[in-house]
Ligand binder design. Structure first.
Ligand SMILES: *Cc1c(COP(=O)(O)O)cnc(C)c1O
Length: 440
């Protein structure tokens, strides 16, 4: 798509768009994270290319979030498309119980090679939430298999997001998270503040030693807490947490579903802190944003706790579409692109452009914070009520972003060009200015 995005958006009237959506099947759909009664009508996407989304009505938008930060190579990368096409002709899917296939084994070995230390056993699943569920299950059973009973709780951190399934809801931020009203029904976990200062480090250390016999593991999103508010912390703090967890004899689980595959500037966020978690969860950009696939990867000592003559010591899990060959082929092609194209350099270039492009927002009244890490740029506002208005203001500038909580954020494809990136940062600054000016 070479044409420039149209600047002026014809919002004609909501009603025509609503009717068209309903007629197309909108009356049969239940939307994600939406109050159906008041949610704005979704835009109909027709095609994607690079960093652009073409809508069914012909409008073209510059994509600022790469479909929940999955499409790291941009949309429709020909190398991934070709790999999937070839796999589709040979074998779209086969059960993983009793049968294996080259795309999965190749991918497992490549992930083991890319990940630090002896993170070397790859369990494939089909979504980030399930990757975290499996990590929790592994951690609980790790202790049981060694005859240790009662270690079933997890330490997680305020501001965190780990998924929408039952167990993962219980380790999300209990107050600001999306799942607050399920409290009381979910398993009770231990949610602490991130140990940003000496006092909180002491609290973490204290809890980890005092409640040792209840705790199965500690889980954190390294460097950036994503969907919980895009809060960032330094590698030194992450390293300190890892040391504390290790010293107190606990398992450390890193949820790198968001941060994995370059987003924070290194292949994995844990690389920047030079730590090796006991279990790591990967998904989102694993297939370059093309197919549902995730992995839970364990270190050797975790795996060895399941290695036994006893059948009941096995990990009893196995999603139907586990290690789907199409998704594995896409992931292998995606890893080829990380090897053959300068992705991490591109992330550094984006980081600099986000820093420079979003900096003017610091001077805007009501802007609480501007922060950047890798290819993640955030402008935090003092409050953010009218999302429909915001959406309309961004659409009017020909860009697709989707603010949540109190933040405007950008997580573009690593391949985005300078002009499109400038368009995104300008749009964020301009919309923040309009918001501040009292228009909303
Ligand atoms: C998106 C996300 C998840 C959940 O992944 P799904 O594929 O949506 O189930 C879990 N953890 C983190 C850090 C995420 O960003």
């Amino acid at each position: 798509m070479s044409m420039a995005p149209k600047a002026a958006v014809d919002e004609r009237d909501g009603k025509a768009a609503r009717d068209a959506w309903l007629a197309a099947g909108g009356d049969a759909i239940w939307l994600p994270y939406s109050q159906m009664k008041t949610a704005p009508t979704p835009l109909m996407a027709a095609a994607t290319e690079g960093s652009r989304i073409r809508l069914a009505d012909g409008r073209e938008l510059v994509d600022g979030i790469a479909s929940w930060w999955t499409a790291c190579h941009g949309y429709n990368h020909p190398a991934i498309a070709e790999a999937v096409r070839r796999q589709l002709a040979a074998m779209p899917h086969v059960m993983f119980g009793g049968l294996n296939h080259a795309p999965a084994l190749t991918l497992a070995r490549r992930l083991a090679d890319l990940l630090p230390g002896d993170l070397e056993r790859v369990f494939f699943v089909d979504s980030g939430s399930v990757a975290v569920e499996v990590a929790l299950k592994m951690a609980v059973q790790y202790w049981l298999n060694q005859g240790v009973r009662g270690r079933t709780k997890f330490v997680a951190f305020r501001g965190g997001y780990h998924g929408d399934t039952l167990a993962t809801m219980s380790i999300c931020d209990p107050d600001e998270g999306m799942h607050a009203h399920f409290q009381g029904w979910l398993p009770e976990q231990i949610i602490l503040d991130l140990p940003v200062d000496a006092e909180r480090r002491l609290i973490l250390d204290h809890v980890l030693s005092q409640r040792r016999d209840e705790i199965a593991g500690v889980i954190i999103e390294p460097l950036v807490q994503g969907a919980g508010g895009m809060r960032m912390h330094e590698p030194e703090m992450l390293a300190e947490i890892a040391r504390t967890v290790c010293r107190r004899g606990h398992l450390l689980i890193l949820d790198e579903v968001m941060t994995g595959f370059g987003r924070t500037g290194s292949m994995f966020a844990c690389d920047q802190a030079d730590i090796v978690p006991d279990i790591i969860c990967l998904s989102k950009a694993l297939t370059g944003g093309t197919m549902a696939l995730a992995a839970t990867v364990a270190r050797r000592h975790v795996f060895e706790a399941f290695w036994s003559e006893r059948a009941e010591a096995a990990l009893m899990h196995g999603p139907t579409f586990m290690a789907n060959p199409l998704a594995c082929a896409a992931a292998n092609a995606s890893l080829d692109l990380f090897a053959s194209e300068p992705r991490l350099d591109q992330v550094r270039r984006i980081e600099a452009a986000l820093e420079a492009g979003l900096a003017p927002a610091r001077a805007i009244d009501g802007v609480v914070d501007v922060r950047v890490k890798g290819a993640i740029g955030v402008v935090q506002l003092s409050d953010l009520k009218d999302r429909a208005w915001l959406r309309e203001r961004f659409l009017a500038r020909g860009v697709w972003v989707r603010p949540f909580a109190d933040i405007l954020y950008l997580t573009p494809a690593f391949t985005i060009d300078d002009a499109d990136l400038a368009r995104l940062t300008n749009a964020v600054v301009e919309v923040a200015r309009e918001w501040s000016g009292g228009l909303r």
